[in-house]
Design a protein around this ligand. Structure first.
Ligand code: CP
Ligand code: NVA
Length: 305
C-alpha cells in the first residue's frame, strides 16, 4: 500500500472501497454520538497555502473526534522554500508528528514533502488534484445508489476536482462523462494514467465539450467553481467562457432526474443556480458532511499500517 494519500490513482480499488465503507460506518456512529478512539494520541500537522473551511475543520475536528490532535501551520510561519527547504521541513515534521496534511498550489511540492517525509502525507488539495474530495464524493454517491450503476456527469472547468473524479472513476471502474470547454480540459497527465487504469477496471470515461451531451441520462451532475483558488485574475474571462456550463433547471432537465453534487464553496448564480443548489436533489451538504468521515477513514488507514 502507498505510504501517502496524494492521489486516488495510486491506491488499489479494494482499499478505496473499504475506506468508503468505513467512512459510512463512522458517519453512522458519529450521528449516534459514538466516537471510536482509533487515533488516540496521534498528531496531525496541517499546512495550508490556500484558504479553506471544509478541509481545515474536517481534518482538525476529525482527528480530535478519534482521540488525536491537529496543529495548524501557515506558510508565512513555516517559510517552505524561503526559511527552510521542503526536504528539511518534511524530515523535521517526521520526527514530531504522525501525519502531515498539506494544501498547496504546486502538486510537485506535496510530492516532494511526501518523498522526504517518513510519515504519511495527505493531499488536502493542490492545483492538480483534490483526492479527499473525491473520496467524500464516493461516500455520497454510495449513499444513494451503487456507484458502479451510476452515470456521473461533471460539467465546467477541467480542474483539480474534475481530475480527482476522473482518477476515482478510473480506479473503481465507474461511468463518468466530463464536459469542459476545449480550452480547459482535465490535465493531460491525469488522463494518460486514467486511460491505463480504465483499461484494467472497465471504467468508461468520456471527455466532451457539450454539457447537454454529458448530462443526458446522468444520475449525478457535478460542477465546481469556474475560478479556482489562485486564478482570481482570470475571473471575468472565465465567467464568460463557462457561462454555457451553468448547472440550472434547463440543463438538469436533460438528466435522469439527477442528484446535484458540488464540492463547495459555490458561487451562486455562476456555476449553479440557487434553485438547483438548494433544491431537493442537491447533495452538497452530504458531501461536506462526508469529508469528515472519508478523511477519518483515510487517516485510520494510513496510521494503522
Ligand atoms: N471542498 C473544499 O475543499 O472546501 P474548502 O476549500 O473550504 O476546504
Ligand atoms: N477547484 C476549487 C476547489 C475548491 C475546494 C479550487 O481549487 O479552488
Amino acid at each position: 500500500m502507498p505510504k501517502d494519500f496524494l492521489t486516488v490513482a495510486d491506491w488499489p480499488a479494494d482499499a478505496l472501497w473499504s475506506m468508503a465503507e468505513r467512512a459510512a460506518y463512522l458517519r453512522r456512529n458519529h450521528r449516534t454520538g459514538k466516537r471510536p478512539r482509533t487515533l488516540e494520541g496521534r498528531i496531525l500537522a496541517m499546512y495550508f497555502e490556500k484558504p479553506s473551511l471544509r478541509t481545515h475543520v474536517t481534518f482538525e475536528a476529525g482527528i480530535a473526534q478519534l482521540g488525536g490532535h491537529a496543529i495548524l501551520l501557515r506558510p508565512e510561519q513555516v517559510g517552505i522554500g524561503t526559511r527552510e527547504s521542503p526536504e528539511d521541513v518534511a524530515r523535521a515534521l517526521s520526527r514530531w508528528v504522525d501525519c502531515l496534511m498539506a494544501r498547496t498550489f504546486s502538486h510537485e511540492l506535496v510530492e516532494n514533502l511526501a518523498r522526504n517525509a517518513t510519515i504519511p502525507v495527505v493531499n488536502g488539495l493542490t492545483d492538480l488534484l483534490h483526492p479527499c474530495q473525491a473520496m467524500a464524493d464516493l461516500v455520497t454517491i454510495a449513499g444513494v445508489m451503487k456507484p458502479k450503476d451510476a452515470t456521473i456527469a461533471y460539467v465546467g472547468d477541467g480542474n483539480n476536482v474534475a481530475n480527482s473524479l476522473i482518477n476515482l472513476s478510473a480506479v473503481l471502474g465507474l461511468r463518468l462523462r466530463v464536459a469542459t470547454p476545449a480550452s480547459h480540459p482535465p490535465a493531460t497527465r491525469v488522463m494518460g494514467r486514467a486511460r491505463e487504469l480504465a483499461r484494467a477496471s472497465g471504467a468508461e470515461i468520456r471527455l466532451l465539450e457539450d454539457p447537454i451531451e454529458a448530462v443526458r441520462g446522468a444520475d449525478f451532475v457535478y460542477t465546481d467553481t469556474w475560478t479556482s483558488m489562485g486564478q482570481e485574475k482570470e475571473a471575468e474571462d472565465r465567467r464568460k467562457l463557462f457561462r454555457p456550463y451553468q448547472v440550472n433547471a434547463a440543463l438538469l432537465a436533460e438528466s435522469n432526474d439527477a442528484y446535484f453534487l458540488h464540492c463547495l464553496p459555490a458561487h451562486r448564480g455562476e456555476e449553479v443556480t440557487n434553485e438547483i443548489l438548494d433544491g431537493p436533489r442537491s447533495l452538497v451538504f452530504d458531501q461536506a458532511e462526508n469529508r469528515l468521515h472519508a478523511q477519518n477513514a483515510i487517516l485510520e488507514h494510513l496510521l494503522s499500517a
